[in-house]
Structures are given as structure tokens and as C-alpha cells.
Design a protein around this ligand. Sequence first.
Ligand SMILES: *Cc1c(COP(=O)(O)O)cnc(C)c1O
Length: 332
Amino acid sequence: MERLGFGQYAADHQFAMTYRDGQWQNPRIEPFSPLSLSPFALGLHYGQTVFEGMKAFRQDNGKIAIFRPDRHHERFNHSLARMCMPPVPADWFIDGLKALVDIDRAWVPDGDGQALYIRPFMFATEARLGLKIAEEYEFMIVTTPVEGFYPKPIKVKVETEYVRAAEGGTGMAKCGGNYGGALYPTQLARQAGYEQVIWTDAKNHEYLEELGTMNLMLIQNGTVVTPPLRGTILDGITRDSLLTLAAHLGLPVEQKALTVTDLQNGLVDGSITEVFGAGTAAIVAPISTIGIHGKDYNLPTLDQPLHRTLKQSLLNIQHGKSHDCFGWNVLV
Ligand SMILES: *Cc1c(COP(=O)(O)O)cnc(C)c1O
């Protein structure tokens, strides 16, 4: 399959399960189909919606493996707890995933970097217009085949006016509202010629946090550096995997707070040689230009950038080309 893009085609089936009367019921796999929902459904009005995003890869031996579904399940339940939504038990989540990918296994593409993107999500369905914690939910999983991204390096802007997440807010949760709120500042950045923003802390716009759907990583004096998780940053599984792999490859790794000024200085004096986003969709998205306070800074073009080595090492594990020494692949 060529030119799959992202999220254009739905596979044939969906998994669904209903939460009612204090328990999960009626787990089912059914044809991909539109939903029937009361216009009073609480999730449509007050934002009780949470999602995950992961991938299933075709291995070189033809088998299919889902990448780190246990970590995605854990994060899903953390997000749900923050939104007062009931947890989804691990066996339902993992078995639902496996059964769905299995029935639609023909949809898992086999090109290098291509995958079946898996979107578990949950929303409040209780039909009650007044604001309250809902007592009825639907948990669903849908899938879509996606291209292996070898994206052109992107141009981003350090955002120092708008905010994605404040301390004590919902930044660490993959809940719908975080993304709705980010659309407008991202649109403004697009109009100014940038593709995405690098968010900074809500208090002083001093510390670098992450991108729209990717964690921020950079190479500073040969060290792989990323901001620490402080409640406002999403705990990315790609971030964790790349940090683990980098250490495994013998690279120095550091989680440390980075200011906008640190970034600016590092780009000027050449100590920061690579900046990239890390997330399930692109795995690694290299950045070529960063706008800081109205001035653009260019990253050098390297022959052997570390971000490419890290991405390839991760893809090799995901496609079963190298030994899965961390036990990340779960076979379907
Ligand atoms: C999903 C997401 C990421 C990346 O997480 P992965 O688990 O690596 O896909 C990073 N930041 C935000 C805001 C996200 O929504």
C-alpha cells in the first residue's frame, strides 16, 4: 500500500463495550459503523473524552505485534482517572485490541515504517444535559492503516503567549479538551509560516515543554536531552522508548529542565545540533527551523544525525528486525 496518509481509511471492524449500572458490559466486535447517541450525551457537552494512540506492525516473519499495549493501557487509565471516568480493566483493553487487530489483520500494511494505527477512546454517553460526572460510557477501538513517516524536517515556533497546560491542569492526560484548546494557537502559528508550536510553561513561558502531539527531544553536546515530566507534559511512550534505546546504545541521556534561553543559546553557539519531536505517529519528526521571539534559528543538516539512528533502532524492534530485548512487542 502506498500513500496511506494518516487516518484516511478505516479498517472493517470496531471494538465497543458499554459501561452502565457500575459495570462494563456487552463487549463486541462489529462492522465499522456510525454511532447512535443522544444529543444530551454528556461527553458532547462537558468534555469527558479520553483517547490513546498506538501501532501494530507487521514483523519480518509475517507475524503481527502491537507495540507496548500495556503502557498505553496504563496511561489510558491515568487519563480516565483525571477525568472522573471509570477505568478499563487490562484484560478487556488488551484482549479487545488483540481480537480487533486479529480480525482485521489484512489491514496491517507491510511497508517499512507502515503500521496499523490503533485508536482506543472513551466518552460519556449518559443522556443528561446538566453538568455532572456521567454514569454511562462507551469504550471503543478503531484502527486505520498509516504510512511510514519520513517527514520533511518541520519548522516550529516557541509559543510564548498561549498555553497548552498549566500545573494542576490536565496536561498529563490524553483528554480531548487539551487538543481542542491547542487548535487556535497552532492555527496562528501556521498562518505565520510554522507547522507546529513548542509549548512552554504556563507561568512564565520560560521552560520548554512539548509539541502538539509529540514530546520534545534534542541533542546537546552529544547528549540526548528531554524535559522532565512535571504533570503538564504527556508521558510519551515513544519518549520513554527512545530514552531507553539511547542508553542501550551507549549514548548519554539526560532529563533536565530547558529554558527558552538555553535553546536559543545552544542554537547560536552550536551546542544543540538536533531538535526533534517524538510520538507514536511519526516516531521521530526532525525540526529544521525554530522561531524564538520572532527570530528564526536553523538547525544544521547532518550526515549521520542521532535522531535517525534512534528512529531506525526503534523501527527495527517494531518490525522484528532486531531482538526485542525490552519485551515491547505483544504478538497478536
Ligand atoms: C500522544 C502525545 C504524545 C506522544 O505520546 P506517544 O505515547 O509517544 O505517542 C506527546 N505529547 C502529547 C501532547 C500527546 O498527545
